[in-house]
Design a protein around this ligand. Structure first.
Ligand SMILES: Cc1cc2nc3c(=O)[nH]c(=O)nc-3n(C[C@H](O)[C@H](O)[C@H](O)COP(=O)(O)OP(=O)(O)OC[C@H]3O[C@@H](n4cnc5c(N)ncnc54)[C@H](O)[C@@H]3O)c2cc1C
Length: 495
């Protein structure tokens, strides 16, 4: 068996010889940023970095290495929250970075689509769509550093999922390269294509385990002409769901976001000095509702007035504030963002979760988790916040002070996930599986479904070279291992 370091050196030699030294990074200082994502770093990995500038170059480079036992790790912006772009320990790894594949090939205004290479940063793609008079619905909190390839590979989706869906819902075509270098099609531009299995749909959410995404065709929409937002104080998640239903009745698909926050979450953020609730009362829960107008013939402001009136008349909200200007709208969002930011700033132990349940089960999920955490005692704080329109409520649990311990963190995480699963929910609504949620995935999925997923993986990547620890890791060949989350796992700058 050849040493991992010898295999890595051979890969560097072959790639540099064919494509020049700048296509491969090998020096310790150069490769340091590629040792992980925001969740995990792997200091033990024997890695080098390949930076192709086109799908063809990637295809040729992988074919050159086909006989080498080297793991292949697709990497975009490294902003993932599941350890997906983290190379394996011990084994030789080739991190394939899309940083030089940043061409936005075209925007078609009539067909309402964009074709772009995988390394284009999501925020850049959004800006380009805006300049072309259209709107890219794909967005999430990491848009300033995440790439299109990474966002599609993790099937990302943020606060506007209830209007635009997740990445999977926004893809028309994908160009991809298999682990052996086979280039699969161009990124199709068809809005209708009913020709058997859908490669784009399989690759969305595959977390770099099936193929390298090299380019995507994304749907574009009519741009929002303006947005309106209101913050409601209410008694609990059941009232929030009723208010969301009312908003949809009155405003239809114009509703873009419904963000729920518990008082415990906003109090925590206020305590960290990053948020202030702009209401006179102190409600137990807050709902931030936002809607947008894409037609100049639709009176969104009148619709929002009607919503506020009906919400109070029907007793769904006890208090509320309607943003009168763009600055006030952003101010309401800064409360929601402040909650997430406070968790990032907290220097003590913290448990983060990413469950979702069917919408109607949100009240039961929240009550179940609340009761479980309260029963543990020790002054633990459970902060609930997230996208109630998708049933995706993050529960973060912290001890009273940063210096206090958070005992039984793994068991608590499992207990919260079990509550979600008992209600028909999921252990990972948006961040994916990566290295982080592999055990939880095995608890969630029936063996037959896991086995089928494994067979799909084998069909794409029979030699199991692409991100072999991701998703499937501890189901069999745990080639990547799972290091401990690094200390600053969630510290990052927001776009
Ligand atoms: C502040 C912040 C807020 C966030 N909020 C949300 C949110 O609200 N909703 C949400 O869904 N997500 C959210 N995320 C996570 C987000 O999904 C990821 O950050 C993003 O999708 C990863 O993109 P990336 O280019 O950085 O990929 P990376 O981190 O580089 O990689 C992520 C995974 O995709 C694979 N991959 C990357 N590029 C390719 C490619 N070209 N082909 C094949 N596989 C590839 C990698 O192997 C890895 O498994 C947030 C992240 C941050 C930092």
């Amino acid at each position: 068996m050849r040493e991992a370091s010898a295999i890595r050196a051979e890969a560097v030699r072959r790639l540099a010889e064919r494509f020049g030294a700048s296509a491969v990074l090998d020096a310790p200082t150069q490769i340091a940023p590629y040792r992980g994502d925001l969740m995990y770093r792997q200091e033990e990995a024997e890695l080098c970095v390949f930076r192709p500038s086109s799908a063809e170059m990637l295809s040729e480079g992988l074919a050159l290495l086909a006989d080498l036992p080297i793991l292949l790790v697709p990497r975009g912006g490294g902003s993932g929250l599941a350890g997906g772009a983290t190379p394996g320990a011990g084994a030789a790894s080739l991190v394939v970075s899309t940083e030089r594949m940043r061409t936005l090939r075209r925007i078609d205004r009539d067909a309402c689509l964009m074709v772009a290479e995988a390394g284009v940063v999501l925020a850049e793609a959004q800006a380009a769509a805006r300049e072309a008079g259209l709107h890219l619905g794909l967005t999430h909190g990491g848009a300033g550093s995440a790439t299109l390839g990474g966002s599609v590979a993790t099937n990302a989706g943020g606060a506007n999922v209830l209007r635009h869906g997740m990445a999977r819902d926004q893809i028309l075509g994908i160009e991809a390269v298999l682990a052996d270098g086979t280039l699969i099609a161009g990124a199709a531009e068809l809005w209708k294509d009913n020709t058997g299995y859908s490669l784009p749909q399989l690759l969305a959410g595959s977390e770099g385990t099936l193929a390298f995404v090299t380019a995507v065709t994304l749907k574009l929409r009519a741009p929002p002409l303006d947005r309106q937002a209101a913050l409601f104080g209410l008694a609990g998640p059941a009232q929030a769901l009723a208010l969301l239903r009312l908003a949809r009745d009155l405003l239809g698909d114009a509703v873009t976001a419904a963000e729920l926050m518990s008082r415990s979450a906003t109090d925590f953020a206020a305590g960290m000095g990053v948020a202030k609730v702009p209401l006179e009362s102190a409600p137990g829960w807050l709902l931030l509702l936002e809607a947008e107008r894409t037609s100049r013939f639709f009176d969104l402001a009148a619709g929002f007035d009607a919503l506020l009136e009906a919400a109070f008349e029907e007793g769904l909200a006890g208090d509320g504030v309607f943003a009168q200007s763009e600055a006030q709208r952003l101010g309401l969002w800064s409360l929601r963002e402040g909650v997430a930011e406070a968790m990032d700033l907290w220097r003590g132990p913290i448990l983060r979760t990413d469950c979702a349940v069917p919408l109607g089960q949100v009240p039961r999920f929240v009550a179940g988790v609340d009761a479980h955490v309260a029963a543990l005692g020790g002054g633990l704080r459970a902060a609930f916040f997230g996208h109630i329109g998708d049933g995706n409520i993050h529960v973060n649990v912290m001890p009273p002070a940063p210096g206090d311990a958070l005992p039984g963190k793994a068991a608590l995480s499992e207990a919260i996930e079990s509550i979600a699963l008992s209600l028909g929910g999921t252990v990972s609504a948006e961040h994916g599986i990566g290295l982080h949620k592999r055990a939880a995935l095995r608890r969630m999925k029936p063996a037959a479904e896991l086995a089928l997923m494994g067979r799909i993986k084998s069909a794409f990547d029979p030699a199991n070279r692409l991100n072999p620890g991701n998703i499937f890791g501890s189901c069999g060949d745990d080639a990547k291992g799972a290091p401990e989350p690094h200390k600053d796992a969630f510290r990052c700058s927001r776009p």
